[in-house]
Design a binder for this molecule. Structure first.
Ligand code: 5AD
Ligand code: FES
Length: 335
């Protein structure tokens, strides 16, 4: 089957087909092996603030969640997480947080440049939301290599149902194109099975990504969080998420695609199956264990009690159990 030649309607049909498609998965795995062999890249995720000025309806750290206990890490703590990570073999650090005005451009820039100074063979990825183009330019000048900003859904109508009035899909897209122009390796993506999502929406997501041509694509199941307006919606399915990973690998043969923590949360072997379906990246947590549970975007998140070293060991075993291998590398995109 030539996935690239399918019409929107045919793609929607495949997305809707309620089964784990072995042929599609084999195709995706063959493509990932062609470009990346059996290598799995690791990214050290540092969730440095759960303060957020946004109010996305799906997210547990939305400002409207008054029961979330908020925290911020100091720059020295963040550098400490990098130090631990570096010793464990991480060569990419992902600084992720809510949209927290406390971290001014100046703070972000000095943090990025200090990480690059101390760990010059590492890549720094930022995942701190929508900013002005000038801010993105400043972070880039300070040494940031990559930026993650999921578009969440490429349908305007669907976007409005997931976000408060003051947010817009057009602004989010603008940010993504700005980041590309500024020379970042850019990651986008979306949740699978978010409330009101249709197969047609998922086709639109693929079409938008074809326009954007991202280097990284983050896709994981929606998981309800009890303290959000979406608490009683169903979560995204395992098979649908795996099918989307495979389809994305076919469309983007050289993309960096993580088997997400969310996927590992909805099934004990979710990340392993993600790797077998086309994913080639995992993003273990380097945040201090004392803060892990507080960065709660969705309920029942895994790996909140383990030290980074334990998590990595566990993950290495999981990766090997399905025939792949974690490598010590920046893991840049292969063009
Ligand atoms: N379930 C799954 N993923 C979520 N995210 C936010 N809230 C949830 C949820 N309830 C994802 C969003 C965001 C990324 C950091 O986490 O896609 O971009
Ligand atoms: Fe974190 Fe297994 S990967 S405990």
């Amino acid at each position: 089957m030539d996935v690239l030649a399918l019409t929107d309607g045919e793609l929607a049909e495949i997305i809707n087909a309620d089964r784990y498609d072995a042929e599609l998965r084999a195709q995706a795995d063959a493509l990932r092996r062609e470009h990346y062999g059996i290598d799995v890249y690791i990214r050290g995720l540092i969730e440095f603030t759960n303060v957020c000025k946004n109010d996305c309806l799906y997210c547990g750290i939305r400002r409207g969640n008054a029961s979330a206990e908020r925290y911020r890490l100091e720059s020295e703590d963040i550098l400490g997480c990098c130090e631990t990570g570096y010793r464990l073999g991480f060569r990419t650090f992902v600084l992720q947080g809510g949209e927290d005005p406390h971290y001014t451009d100046e703070i972000v820039c000095s943090l990025v440049s200090e990480i690059k100074r101390r760990f010059s063979d590492c890549a720094v990825t930022l995942s701190i939301g929508e900013k002005e183009r000038d801010s993105y330019a400043a972070y880039k000048a300070a040494g940031a290599d990559r930026y993650l900003l999921r578009h969440e859904t490429a349908s305007d109508e669907h976007y409005k149902r997931l976000h408060p009035k003051e947010m817009s899909l057009s602004h989010r897209k603008q940010c993504l194109f700005d980041l590309k122009e500024l020379g970042y390796q850019v990651g986008s993506g979306f949740m699978v099975g978010s409330p009101y999502q249709t197969a047609e929406n998922l086709v639109e997501d693929i079409r938008f990504l074809q326009q954007l041509k991202p280097d990284m694509i983050g896709v994981g199941p929606f998981i309800p969080h009890s303290e959000t307006p979406f608490a009683y919606f169903a979560g995204g399915g395992l098979e649908l998420t795996l099918r989307m990973l495979s389809i994305l690998r076919c469309f983007f043969p050289n993309a960096l695609i993580p088997a997400t923590t969310a996927l590992g949360t909805i099934h004990p072997r979710g990340r392993e199956m993600g790797l077998q379906s086309g994913a080639n990246v995992v993003m273990p947590n380097l945040s201090p264990v004392s803060k892990r549970k507080l960065y709660s975007l969705y309920d029942n998140k895994i790996c909140t009690g383990e030290e980074a070293a334990e998590c990595l060991k566990c993950l290495a075993g999981r990766v090997e159990s399905v025939g792949y291998k974690i490598v010590v590398s920046r893991g840049d995109v292969k063009k």
